[in-house]
Design a protein around this ligand. Structure first.
Ligand code: NAP
Length: 334
């Protein structure tokens, strides 16, 4: 494989060439949330038509870029997009998590319509939570998957269901996603940041634009060269105190007082507490060394700096805010 096939040269500054597989294609993003919108915009900017789904008929922000359109899909209510809106779809990104019963809403409701489409690629976003707690040891894609948390057990079942679907599925396992509007900056600025210490605890993360870049990189490979399972993680697992400290440094604001996890665990919400109950380092060796993807943000340092710049630019140019104003998680990850 040539170096250009692995790291294609941009056709123009800031824009990657259209992966050959996407040319004359049509993308459906099932779950136009934080990552879904960012990927949809990147693909639409390459001139490929994209449909996105949300549960609500009206999106929070109209998408003004050409080539993007919204559909309604609610796997709780069984509200489906019309098949005419899916016609001609060649690529699908699924960002929708398991439902409250642990089932995959897309496979429950859309397996048959998807099977009738001329699909060349289905990307399924999963979580590195399926690796469970390793006490801080490294895991790669060959590691066992004994998930400790109920939601990760459900996720593993959904991964299995996607693999058994007969569709051309690639599963991507993600650690904490961060990016514009999803970073420690707002909490720090509002004096609500929490500096929590638990000895030996690290967290892994990935900038949303490296999810987008990693997915596009896979699409630039021949279908036979795309691994069925891939971790998308940056190169710098570290304690959350380190990322918070760097964010405070960039903002020039004081750090909150240190709290010991053992002192505050009982006061934390169950979701926030659950993040601290598992400790692992997720390897990106396959992504970066074997597939040759170059991370835009190898660590939180480059990532946080770029977020601050992007958020400040968006404040100065409010008409462009829709680019970054996508929904953020209700629970802030460490
Ligand atoms: N956030 C993290 O740090 C993290 C870490 C690891 C893995 N992940 C996983 O990675 C994926 C992408 O994460 P994200 O943060 O970009 O997700 P997100 O912003 O929460 O977006 C999820 C999308 O799924 C849709 N959705 C949820 N339940 C649905 C249902 N029952 N029926 C139909 N649509 C449904 C949401 O619809 P609405 O737009 O109507 O809300 C939203 O568009 C998710 O599967 C997430 O669990 C996230």
């Amino acid at each position: 494989m040539s170096a250009d096939a692995v790291n294609p040269r941009p056709a123009q500054p800031g824009l990657s060439p259209v992966p050959r597989d996407l040319q004359a294609g049509k993308l459906l993003v099932l779950g136009g949330g934080y990552t879904g919108v960012r990927f949809a915009r990147a693909v639409a900017a390459l001139g490929v038509p994209v449909s996105l789904t949300r549960r609500q008929p009206a999106p929070p922000e109209p998408l003004t870029e050409p080539g993007l359109s919204w559909q309604t899909f609610d796997g709780t209510q069984g509200q489906l997009p019309p098949e005419s809106a899916l016609a001609g779809t060649t690529h699908v990104l699924v960002t929708i998590p398991p439902d409250a019963d642990g089932r995959d809403p897309v496979l429950t409701w859309l397996a048959a319509p998807l099977a009738r489409l001329p699909l060349r690629w289905v990307g399924y976003l999963s979580t590195t939570g399926v690796y469970g707690d390793t006490g801080g040891a490294w895991v790669d894609e060959r590691a066992p998957t004994p998930p400790g948390l109920g939601r990760s057990q459900a996720r593993l079942s959904c991964e299995d269901a996607w693999r058994a679907s007969g569709l051309p599925v690639q599963v991507f396992r993600l650690p904490a996603i961060y990016g514009p509007k999803r970073s420690p900056f707002r909490a720090l600025g509002e004096g609500k940041g929490r500096l929590i210490h638990k000895t030996g605890q690290v967290f892994c993360r990935i900038h949303v634009d490296d999810i987008v870049g990693g997915l596009l990189h896979c699409l630039s490979l021949e279908a036979k060269d795309r691994p069925p399972l891939l971790n998308l993680s940056d190169a710098a697992p570290c304690p959350s105190s380190e990322t918070l400290g760097y964010a405070a440094h960039l903002l020039g604001c004081p750090l909150p007082a240190v709290q010991r996890f053992s002192d505050i665990a009982a006061m934390m919400g169950p979701m926030a507490r659950s993040f601290w109950l598992e400790n692992r380092r997720v390897s990106n060796h396959k992504l970066c060394q074997e597939l040759g993807y170059r991370l835009r943000y190898p660590s939180y340092r480059e990532g946080l700096l770029s977020i601050l710049l992007e958020e400040r630019q968006s404040e100065e140019r409010p008409h462009q805010r829709a680019l970054t104003d996508t929904p953020s998680a209700t629970v802030t990850r460490p």
